[in-house]
Ligand binder design. Structure first.
Ligand code: PLP
Length: 474
């Protein structure tokens, strides 16, 4: 055995205790850690001929890279849609590394850790008020890969409708894909699937200030297809304004027209946890597939998302993802094995952080996280709208705030305001364009965020805007 490896093996307790101490220190300082960093160190790390062992590597890493680490899991990292990590999810994540399973099977030789994944999926179905028997779920790296997985099965379904086995023979056709406000990642999935990122039919949104699909226009566009199949990508929470498509209306159309119905519920699906807001996802159980991110509102470490695909399509799913030329894996249609059901073959026990956080905090814990974020978003939205220098670009429907400056002349004024705000290191928000207007958006999904954070951020916003020339300050 290599000398450094042997020493590390003998020193395991010291190594893990040192990491534990550093981790606790980091997590205790998280509220005050900066939300942005400017990394200046450009020296290239050299591959050593003789290694330095784990403790020295840890010291070296901290010395060089600690300043690079931003509080993306902290309470005021509101850019994109960025969750944090609950204590229990960190336990699960650590143990996933310690156990280092290659999670695939449930009753084969060797690894059977997929049993834990299936148990976790069933708890997730319960959390989201979906029937256990209806959907097959699995873990992937993020919502992008979840939509990729769902749309790959949709593509296979589509092929069958036109008497083609696309997984086997490739594509010779175009696809009718319809969507109103798809997230960029769904479009990326279309591109990765060879269906073409520009080959989707844009459905109008409802008139007024919204991003939800206009059902009349959807029906018009389905009619024109004249019986050809289609794939509909709908939204349970658009990324700018958290708008929800009308799932009752889409289901009614599904009775008359032939389409695969996919729902991107990356973070909006968590409305299911809130008694007050669960009406938003009513009827989503009638869809064919659903994307849900766990590293957003569920607050487990990156990379974690799940797909739910109706069990009645398991055959198509296996056709799409099977490893058909590996006899040692057995018949993919007989043996349940995740490697025949999703993109990755080798995979870590991704379910473990979710298993832990669900056991630790339960339905009530998630209802509180979700309701807290919504009420804080409404509070911040109210303050923004009541201030002479800011205005909301859309109503606060759930947990995102999309706003801009009042009376600005050039987009740069909004961009500069945002840059200055982010440079404080106290909060991180992201730019957007909404209805043609330069805006700023933030998304509250972190379990740690409190009213104190809203106070702090809003006072920074006021301080910065007060320094601006009069045009913005009236
Ligand atoms: C609605 C929606 N769908 C999909 C995604 C993509 O998620 P991921 O980055 O986990 O792939 C996001 C990310 O913000 C999102 O908000």
């Amino acid at each position: 055995m290599n000398k450094q490896l042997k020493e590390d093996l003998e020193n395991l307790e010291v190594i893990l205790n040192t990491v534990k101490a550093k981790s606790i220190e980091y997590l205790e300082e998280l509220n005050d850690t900066k939300t942005s960093s400017i990394f200046k160190n450009t020296t290239q790390d050299k591959l050593p001929q003789i290694g330095i062992g784990a403790i020295e590597a840890l010291n070296k890493f901290h010395k060089k890279y600690k300043e690079l680490i931003v509080s993306s899991s902290g309470p005021r990292f509101w850019g994109y849609v960025t969750g944090g990590s609950t204590p229990a999810s960190i336990v699960g994540d650590w143990l996933a590394s310690i156990y280092d399973q290659n999670t695939q099977g449930i009753n084969g030789f060797g690894d059977i850790s997929a049993n834990i994944e299936l148990q976790t999926i069933n708890m997730m179905l319960d959390l989201f008020h979906l029937q256990e028997g209806d959907f097959l779920g699995g873990f992937v790296t993020g919502a992008t890969m979840s939509s990729f997985t769902c749309l790959a099965v949709a593509r296979q379904w589509y092929g069958k409708e036109i008497e083609m086995d696309i997984a086997k023979n490739g594509m010779k056709n175009n696809f009718n894909v319809l969507s109103a406000t798809p997230h960029s990642s769904a479009i990326k999935a279309l591109s990765m699937l060879g269906m073409g990122s520009t080959n989707f039919i844009k459905v109008n949104t409802i008139k007024g200030n919204g991003e939800a699909i206009c059902l009349d226009d959807l029906e018009e566009k389905l009619k024109v297809l004249n019986g050809e199949p289609a794939i509909i990508i709908s939204s349970a929470g658009t990324v700018n304004t958290v708008d929800f498509d009308d799932f009752i209306g889409i289901e009614q159309l599904k009775r008359q027209y032939k389409f695969w119905w996919h729902i991107d519920a990356a973070f909006g699906g968590f409305a299911a946890c809130s008694e007050e807001y669960q009406y938003l996802i009513l009827n989503w159980d009638k869809s064919d597939s659903v994307t849900i991110d766990c590293h957003k509102w569920m607050n487990v470490p990156y990379e974690s998302a799940i797909f739910f695909i109706k069990k009645k399509y398991s055959f198509l799913q296996t056709e799409t993802f099977q490893n058909s030329n590996a006899p040692y894996l057995g018949n993919p249609f007989d043996n349940f094995n995740y490697l025949n059901l999703l993109p990755e073959n080798s995979r870590r026990l991704k379910a473990l952080p979710v298993w832990f956080t669900l056991q630790a905090y339960g339905k009530e814990g998630y209802a509180e996280i979700v309701d807290n974020c919504i009420s804080l978003a409404k509070d911040l939205g109210h303050r923004i709208n009541s201030h002479a220098s800011f205005k909301l670009l859309a109503p606060i429907r759930l947990n995102n705030i999309c706003f801009t400056l009042n009376n600005f002349d050039k987009d740069e004024e909004v961009q500069n305001f945002l840059m200055e705000l982010n440079q404080t290191g106290k909060v991180f928000m992201t730019p957007t364009r909404y209805s043609g207007v330069q805006g700023i958006r933030c998304s509250l999904v972190n379990w740690r965020t409190t009213k104190k954070d809203i106070d702090l951020v809003f006072s920074e916003m006021e301080r910065i805007i007060q320094k601006k020339p009069a045009a913005n300050n009236t």
